[in-house]
Design a protein around this ligand. Structure first.
Ligand SMILES: NC(=O)c1ccc[n+]([C@@H]2O[C@H](COP(=O)([O-])OP(=O)(O)OC[C@H]3O[C@@H](n4cnc5c(N)ncnc54)[C@H](O)[C@@H]3O)[C@@H](O)[C@H]2O)c1
Length: 433
């Protein structure tokens, strides 16, 4: 099938390359000339394991063409997949302007009956409205096909999804979307457009709720002398609860959870429903990213003049994405309050540099990041950081060797034995481990 994917970000670039890999003829399109150029010639504008190889392979066998919108002269094909961004506006609502502009650009360029498949995360109710205002009367049908891939393992997730959700009004359009995924084994949830959109928001809101829930239990555990690792194990063994998204720490970040949870909250409010649970999830998460700052201030009296090494900048390991990353907010506060900050991330230095305050030194390796600082804060549990030579690092850090493990990723006993003043999240009880 001929497919055009509009928006070559973290989702669209993977979708375009993966659809080509599955045998479809794909045009991958973006409004950003530099980005398109980078995808064509490398290095890729984003870090995503396996993506570069898949792009190169399918470009050279003619299955994938990457273009700027202005370069397109051929019809877009029977399926146009929209994967543009849906950032948050100041009110918390999702900004749908990129989605609207991609659809209005594509409609006159789709010849014959086809489908506009929206992969971007859009608030429930959006698709029905877009169909009514933009697609009604055209030959194109609207299909909601939310995406669940995770950055850092996006290629794997594309080919092995937990489910494929398709929401539509028209059988033929739905069938076209099913065909896109031919060969991929996964349960398919067929539903209406608004329910498909809600599935995406409900999934993200639920996972965010699990994270804030365990962070609340961790906060209470610190007060009562209980240890969150054991509590997590004890509750995760209940199959009704499960282990996922139950790790206490500095909270969720990234380009999806924060904005989607806020957008759902906004949507609830504007629909006349006060979603109090969701509001608390957001409040708890905002607090969590400040925990290292509170801990440093408590230890040093003030962070002014304190030298701090930040380990990890990406919102999670295996990505270079720093959007809404807890580390970014922490660093801004520390710098604001006069701390001397240096930082290390195995992949996100480039993306972080663009948004970090100028005084922050970005180090090429962990050793340099630890050398001479009084405190280390682990913000992203990259394997390179967790499995580092901590004996060596301990010798480089100056007393009092304060360590805040924002992801509960390190062995507390070992860190204490190495001379660190170790602090985790919900790990500060009387438990010997
Ligand atoms: N990043 C994730 O892990 C993830 C996972 C699931 C769903 N989503 C959702 O998918 C959507 C895309 O997310 P992303 O992280 O890939 O976003 P992104 O910001 O990385 O990429 C969006 C791309 O769209 C391009 N663009 C914007 N307007 C355009 C237009 N009018 N025409 C052509 N290109 C245009 C931008 O230049 C950019 O390259 C969002 O709605 C997001 O919530 C993201």
């Amino acid at each position: 099938m001929k497919v055009s994917v509009i928006g070559l970000g973290y989702v669209g670039s993977v979708a375009a390359a993966a659809l080509a890999e599955s045998g479809h003829d794909v045009l991958g399109l973006d409004i950003d000339k530099k980005k398109v150029e980078a995808y064509r010639k490398g290095p890729l504008p984003i870090f995503e394991p396996g993506l570069e190889e898949m792009i190169r392979k399918n470009s050279s066998r003619g299955k994938l063409k990457l273009m700027h919108l202005d370069e397109v002269s051929e019809p877009l094909g029977e399926v146009v997949m929209v994967a543009t961004g849906t950032p948050t506006t100041e009110s918390g609502a999702a900004d749908l302007s990129q989605v609207r502009s991609a659809i209005s650009w594509s409609l006159p360029r789709q010849r014959g009956p086809g489908a506009v498949v929206v992969k971007s995360t859009v608030p429930p109710g959006t698709g029905a409205r877009l169909w009514e205002t933009m697609l009604r009367g055209t030959l194109q049908e609207y299909v909601a096909n939310p995406e669940f891939l995770r950055e850092g393992q996006a290629v794997k997730d594309w080919f092995h999804p937990d489910r494929i959700v398709i929401g539509g009004r028209d059988e033929r359009a739905i069938e076209r979307v099913r065909l896109l995924y031919q060969g991929i084994e996964a349960p398919v949830v067929l539903t209406d457009i608004t329910s498909a959109e809600m599935i995406k928001y409900a999934a993200n809101a639920f996972l965010a709720t699990k994270i804030s829930f365990i962070n609340e239990i961790a906060a209470l555990s610190d007060r009562l002398g209980a240890t969150i690792d054991d509590i997590r194990e004890g509750i995760a063994l209940d199959p009704r609860i499960g282990p996922g998204f139950l790790r206490a720490g500095v909270g969720y970040g990234g380009s999806c959870f924060p904005k989607d949870v806020r957008a759902l909250d906004y949507l609830a409010l504007t629909s006349g429903h006060n979603f109090e649970l969701l509001r608390s999830v957001i409040t708890v998460n905002n607090r969590q990213r400040l925990l290292p700052f509170y801990a440093l201030r408590q230890r040093f009296g003030s962070v002014s003049g304190v030298s701090v090494g930040i380990l990890g900048l990406a919102f999670k390991p295996h990505t270079d994405d720093v959007r809404e990353s807890p580390a970014m907010d922490l660093i801004k506060i520390l710098v604001d309050q006069g701390a001397k900050v240096q930082a290390f991330d195995p992949a996100a230095a480039r993306t972080a540099r663009a948004v970090l305050p100028s005084g922050v030194e970005l180090m090429d390796d962990m050793t340099e990041c630890a050398r001479g600082v009084q405190a280390l804060v682990l913000m992203t549990e990259w394997p390179q950081i967790v499995d580092a030579d901590w004996e060596g690092l301990a010798r480089l850090v100056r007393p009092p060797r304060f360590m805040f493990d924002g992801r509960n990723a390190l062995d507390k006993k070992r860190m204490l034995a190495l001379g660190f003043e170790y602090s985790g999240v919900g790990r500060n009880g009387r438990h010997p481990g």
